[in-house]
Design a protein around this ligand. Structure first.
Ligand code: ZN
Length: 482
C-alpha cells in the first residue's frame, strides 16, 4: 500500500485585516519573492520522492513517492569470492510527480536504467538515489533495473547474513533485503516477488512461493521462485546450500519443505515440518482461510538470532528451536501468515499487530486442541511477570525494543483480555475480518476496528493495556473475568 506523506512547504498566509497600500506592496513583493524561491528551490526537491517512507523509527528506510508492485530479482552467488551479483527490476507506481526516487541497497550499484535508458544515480550507504531519465507523473507506472555486486557479509552490520560452513542464508527482521536486492524496504509497501538464484552446480537454492523451474545454465544451477501474492520485503529470503527439499500437495495446496543436510537430525526435522499442513488447518478454524497459495518451512544450519522468522509461505526455523518446541514455534510463525504477512505493518511502531496476534494464536490453538483455556495464560502471566516488564509502552516500544518480551507477552495478554471484554463471537469475527483483508494497517486503525466490533467503550481498555507503562488494574473493564 501507499506510504506516509512528507510535510510540504506551507504557503505564506495573508492577514484578514484590510491592509494599507504600503503593506499590500510589501506583501506582494514578499509573495513574489516567495513564489520565485519556491519555484527555484523547492520544486526540484518536491519531485524527489525522498529517502525514507516517513517511519519515525527508521527514517531512512525505503523511499517516498511510489508504491512498489513487483521485484524481479536475478542474482548469482559465487562461493569462491563470496560475491553476490545480479540485477533487479522494480516495477512501481508513482504516488506523486517524481524526478528522482530512492531505494535501499547495501551492495555496490554498477548501473541503473529506467526501461532501456541508462540513468544517473548516487549511492550513500544503503540509500540509492536514482534520477529518473524520464520524470513520471502521479499514478504512472515505471520500472527501474539496477545491476549490482558485493559481499553481503561485509555490509551486513547488524546481521541478516549467515554463512554456515558454506551454507548461505540472508534473512532478518526488520530488514535484510538491502543485502541482496534493491527495494522500498518497508512493510507498508508489499510487492510481488520473482526470484532467480544462480548457484554453484549441485547446490540447492530456496526462496519464496512456488518453484517455477530448476534448470542448468552456463555451468550453474538456476532456481526460479515465484510468489503469487505481494509480500513485505523482510518476508523474502534465500538459502543456498546442501538442502533436502520435499515438494508435494497436501489439502489441495502445494508445499515445499527444506532441511539443511548439515543438521544431524535432518530426517527428524523434515518429519516435523510435515506438521505444517495440520497446524495451518487449526489456524484456519480460528482465523479463516490461509491467505497464500503455498505452505512450507525451512530448517537451516545457521545459528540465527531468532528461533523462527515468518518468511512468507515458508517460515525459516533455527534447528535447535524447532527441535525444542516445534508446535509452539510453528503455530507462532504460521499465525504470522494471517497477522503480519497478509496484513502488514503500517510502521515499525505497530509491531504489536504482528507479535501480540501471533503469540495469542499460540494460546488460542492450544485451547482449541484441549490444552487448557487461553485465559489461564492471562491470569498466570499477570501474577508472575516481573515488575519491569510492565514499564514498556507496547503501543510505542521504540526501535530498540521491537522484539522485547513485553511486546509478545503483554501483547498476547491484551488480545486475551480484549476477547474477554468483547465476547468470543465478536472477537473471533473481528480477528477473521481483520486477517482476511490484505494490506498495510496500523495499531491505531486496529483500535478503531475493534471498537466497531465491540458493544462497550474500549478507549480506557486500550489506554491501560497498550499506552500505559504500568500494570493494568485487575478489573472487568480491563478484561479480567473470574
Ligand atoms: Zn513473531
Amino acid at each position: 500500500m501507499s506510504v506516509l506523506d512528507h510535510p510540504r512547504a506551507q504557503r505564506p498566509r495573508i492577514g484578514r485585516n484590510r491592509p494599507t497600500i504600503t503593506v499590500i506592496a510589501v506583501v506582494a513583493a514578499l509573495l513574489i519573492a516567495a513564489i520565485i524561491a519556491w519555484v527555484i528551490v523547492l520544486v526540484p526537491d518536491a519531485t524527489d520522492g525522498g529517502t525514507g517512507v516517513g517511519d519515525p523509527y527508521f527514517p531512512r528506510m525505503g523511499g517516498g513517492g511510489y508504491d512498489a508492485e513487483k521485484y524481479a530479482i536475478d542474482v548469482s552467488w559465487d562461493d569462491t569470492h563470496a560475491l553476490l551479483s545480479g540485477t533487479t527490476t522494480m516495477t512501481a507506481r508513482a504516488t506523486k510527480d517524481l524526478s528522482a526516487v530512492h531505494v535501499d541497497l547495501a551492495l555496490k550499484v554498477d548501473r541503473v536504467s529506467q526501461g532501456t535508458t541508462v540513468t544517473e544515480y548516487t549511492q550513500d550507504g544503503q540509500d540509492v538515489r536514482v534520477k529518473l531519465a524520464e520524470p513520471v507523473r502521479a499514478g504512472q507506472e515505471f520500472a527501474l533495473t539496477l545491476s549490482y555486486a558485493g559481499n553481503p557479509g561485509l555490509v551486513s552490520g547488524d546481521g541478516g547474513f549467515y554463512d554456515t560452513n558454506g551454507e548461505i542464508v540472508v534473512a532478518d527482521e526488520p530488514s535484510s533485503a538491502p543485502l541482496w536486492f534493491p527495494s522500498n524496504d518497508h512493510p507498508s509497501d508489499p510487492a510481488l516477488m520473482d526470484v532467480t538464484l544462480r548457484v554453484p552446480t549441485g547446490k540447492q537454492a530456496v526462496s519464496v512461493g512456488r518453484l517455477d523451474s530448476h534448470t542448468t545454465e552456463g555451468g550453474r544451477d538456476v532456481w526460479h521462485w515465484v510468489s503469487s501474492q505481494p509480500m513485505a520485503t523482510y518476508l523474502n529470503f534465500f538459502a543456498i546450500g546442501d538442502f533436502r527439499i520435499e515438494q508435494g500437495v497436501v489439502d489441495g495446496r502445494p508445499y515445499v519443505y527444506a532441511v539443511s543436510n548439515q543438521l544431524p537430525n535432518a530426517d527428524e526435522l523434515m518429519t516435523t515440518l510435515h506438521d505444517t499442513a495440520g497446524i495451518v488447518k487449526e489456524l484456519e478454524n480460528l482465523y479463516g482461510p490461509y491467505p497464500f497459495t503455498e505452505i512450507g518451512g525451512v530448517a537451516a544450519g545457521a545459528d540465527f538470532d531468532f528461533g523462527g522468522l515468518e518468511i512468507q509461505t515458508r517460515p525459516l526455523y533455527q534447528a535447535d528451536a524447532l527441535q525444542a518446541d516445534s508446535r509452539q514455534l510453528m503455530v507462532h510463525e504460521l499465525a504470522h501468515m494471517w497477522f503480519g504477512n497478509n496484513v502488514t505493518l503500517r510502521g515499525w511502531k505497530d509491531i504489536f499487530m504482528n507479535e501480540a496476534f501471533a503469540t495469542h494464536a499460540q494460546w488460542m490453538v492450544g485451547e482449541q486442541a484441549g490444552d487448557g483455556p487461553a485465559n489461564d495464560y492471562l491470569n498466570g502471566y499477570y501474577d508472575q511477570l516481573p515488575d519491569d516488564i510492565w514499564q514498556l509502552k507496547i503501543s510505542d516500544p521504540g526501535p530498540d525494543d521491537l522484539f522485547d518480551e513485553a511486546v509478545y507477552v503483554r501483547g498476547a495478554m491484551t488480545m486475551q483480555a480484549l476477547r474477554n471484554v468483547m465476547g468470543d463471537d465478536a472477537f473471533l469475527a473481528m480477528c477473521r475480518e481483520w486477517a482476511q483483508r490484505p494490506g498495510s494497517r496500523s495499531l491505531a486503525e486496529f483500535r478503531v476496528f475493534a471498537q466497531q466490533h465491540a458493544s462497550t467503550d474500549l478507549s480506557g481498555f486500550f489506554t491501560a493495556w497498550v499506552d500505559t507503562p504500568a500494570k493494568p488494574e485487575r478489573t472487568p473493564q480491563n478484561g479480567f473475568i473470574a
